[in-house]
Design a protein around this ligand. Structure first.
Ligand code: TYD
Ligand code: MG
Length: 453
């Protein structure tokens, strides 16, 4: 009997089934079955392949990769010095964030530098891509494009054209006719990425693969591909806001510590080299504002955290967090109430990282706590004379815990003349506090701290 060429595999328990079911027949989970292609591999015996010869590591030839510069400094830096030939870079982000813009700009620069490029789009018509390219600098209009959704056609074209660098925009819009699922389904996405990867590796083409991520970082897309590709870059920010951050979540050829800040302008994305200066310059010094000395990977970045505490009739009241984790906000509010005498009770609490930047690190806790306390009391931090910078993790018992790289955070704050800096003990900051209550007292001044206590 011939084996079926596709099967449905449950992502939760691994049960295989010849037919699709809404509910997994193995574990009973819903909507976990995804289609997978199964080449016919019936062979004799459990070890049917030919043995290969292992090589001692010291004898392995490690080529130094020549890098292709995209002409976008921040992108090159995050990739570890440019695109590695033959590598697959997945660029994920929500719709409208600027993935097509960034990749068009990169290809334009590469084309301008004499590289062979190709822009494959299953999302937009060639005319739409042209309209975008007209706004972009460099040789964006010189890039050859192919508007196509059929995977076989795309692969055949790539094989015929042999670009050194190509963009495939996006992995969710291409369709492999061997599988029945709709374009964008988990099985399709995996198949598309797998076959593009194999061709690219065989021909030494670098591929920038675009993938959509929903707000929740949802599944039917990049998440299932992370292990297939060499680099995963995440483009974050909010569409309506000016600033976007690009960070490496995975990088086989460089570090994952770097973050680039971009601004969306009329002529495409512009690198923001002096992001701290921008954010500090824009900080308000009003009640509810604190400057966080954050670490974005290995790079210090000063951002303004703003809070608003406002009476509410809603039950439960609103807890809105933009740019920080919602659960971290809940934790900080609970500790403020239990251990620092700042209860926000039934009030609505809004916390926002200015500029649309996202900070995902525990070091942001203290800034959130100070901003909320300052908003709740209506008192500006440090008397409102100059912005107060801070960093530190808030523990469940109300203690302040140290976080990584205090020296770099302090150096960044000093560079922009921020004084005082409130931070945990042994951080070397001008104001060291052991507990959140202590930090509040120092930040809000004696009188309001007495009220807070
Ligand atoms: P786009 O790159 O198409 O986003 P994605 O591919 O991630 O879905 O562009 C996102 C937005 O950027 C779009 O709403 C238009 C805007 N934009 C500019 O503001 N300036 C520009 O020069 C370009 C090309 C786009
Ligand atoms: Mg796009």
């Amino acid at each position: 009997m011939a084996r079926p060429t596709t099967v449905f595999v449950c992502s939760a328990c691994g049960t295989e089934s010849a037919k699709w079911h809404g509910q997994c027949p193995g574990c009973g989970a819903w909507n976990t079955l995804a289609e997978e292609a199964r080449p016919d591999t019936r062979k004799s015996g459990p070890a049917a392949g030919r043995p290969a010869k292992p090589v001692r590591l010291a004898e392995v030839k490690a080529e130094r990769h020549e890098r292709l510069s995209t002409g976008i400094g921040e992108l090159d830096r995050i990739l570890g010095g440019g695109v590695v030939p033959g590598s697959i870079v997945l660029i994920g982000g929500s719709p409208g964030i600027g993935k097509s813009t960034l990749t068009s700009m990169a290809l334009g620069n590469l084309q301008g530098a004499g590289r062979r490029t190709l822009y494959v789009s299953g999302e937009e018509s060639a005319a739409q891509i042209r309209l975008r390219a007209e706004r972009l600098p460099g040789a964006a209009l010189e890039v050859p494009v192919l508007s196509e959704t059929d995977l076989d056609t795309v692969l055949a074209t790539l094989d015929a054209e042999r670009p050194e660098v190509c963009v495939v925009d996006s992995v969710q819009t291409l369709h492999a006719s061997a599988l029945t699922g709709a374009a964008g389904s988990v099985g399709q996405v995996r198949e598309v990425a797998d076959r593009i990867t194999r061709l690219a590796k065989a021909r030494g083409m670098a591929v920038l693969l675009v993938g959509h991520v929903t707000k929740e970082g949802a599944l039917a897309g990049p998440r299932v591909l992370e292990h297939l590709v060499d680099c995963v870059l995440q483009f974050e920010g909010e569409r309506e806001r000016t600033y976007r951050t690009l960070r490496a979540l995975k990088n086989r050829f460089g570090s994952t510590n770097d973050v680039g800040v971009f601004e969306m302008r009329q002529g495409g994305l512009v690198e923001v080299a002096d992001a701290s200066a921008r954010f500090v310059g824009e900080a308000t010094r009003a009640p509810g504002s604190a400057v966080l000395a954050a670490m974005e990977g290995s790079r210090p970045l000063l951002v303004e955290v703003q809070a608003l505490v406002s009476p509410s009739d809603l039950v439960p009241p609103r807890r809105i967090a933009n740019g920080i984790d919602r659960n971290r906000l809940a934790l900080v509010l609970a500790v403020l109430g239990r251990h620092a005498g700042v209860g926000v009770g039934t009030a609505d609490v809004f916390v926002n990282v200015a500029g649309g930047v996202r900070v995902d690190e525990p070091g942001a806790d203290l800034a959130v706590a100070l901003a909320v306390a300052s908003a709740a009391r209506g008192v500006a931090l440090g008397g409102g004379e100059s912005p107060v910078a801070c960093f530190g993790e808030v523990g469940l018992t109300g203690e302040l815990r140290s976080v990584g790289h205090p020296d770099r955070r302090l150096a960044e704050a000093a560079k922009f003349g921020l004084d005082p800096v409130i931070a945990p003990r042994e951080s070397g900051a001008s104001v060291e506090a052991a507990t959140l209550r202590d930090a509040l007292r120092r930040a809000l001044g004696g009188r309001s701290a007495a009220r807070a206590a």
